[in-house]
Design a protein around this ligand. Structure first.
Ligand SMILES: [Mg+2]
Length: 155
């Protein structure tokens, strides 16, 4: 049987949540950075404006600041990321009960034979709902794979 699988990936997740919650950040280069005092002084996420300056996830905060002097670095708010990850998950569950999370911002959805439409229709609907209901953007990829017994790996 051919399966229809959606890969849903929330864009710039940590940075997008920060910019959604704090309007004053919008339109500015923003990065979420770990705490330098705990030796976690690295970029954890960045928005599109910061990306334009070549800011990269994993680089040191001082390196990022060298690339963009106006970079706004905010600390992570993991409880908020958990909350929006959960809310996204609830949207996915409207389409299928076969949701496999990968990290906080990615999921695979098996929407094979869904009465809610084709993979593409469901993907577009999910993208729109994320925007309208959560104020976040998401990329959705549709793929097909042939199911063989034992070929689904869960973790
Ligand atoms: Mg992502």
């Amino acid at each position: 049987m051919q399966r229809t699988i959606l890969h849903c990936d929330m864009n710039n997740f940590y940075a997008s949540v920060e910019c959604m919650l704090d309007q004053s950040l919008r339109g500015h280069p923003v990065a979420v950075g770990g705490d330098p005092e705990n030796r976690h002084g690295i970029i954890l996420a960045k928005n599109y404006e910061a990306k334009k300056f070549g800011i990269q996830t994993g680089e040191a905060l001082w390196q990022a600041r060298n690339k963009c002097h106006n970079l706004i670095i905010v600390p992570p708010h993991y409880e908020q990321y958990m909350k929006y990850s959960r809310l996204a998950h609830e949207i996915y569950l409207d389409y299928t009960n076969q949701v496999e999370p990968y990290g906080m911002d990615e999921c695979w959805l098996d929407v094979s034979g869904s009465i809610r439409g084709s993979g593409e229709q469901i993907g577009n609907e999910i993208r729109q709902r994320m925007k309208d209901e959560l104020g976040l953007t998401i990329s959705v990829g549709v793929s097909f794979n042939n199911y063989r017994k034992g070929s689904i790996h869960t973790f």
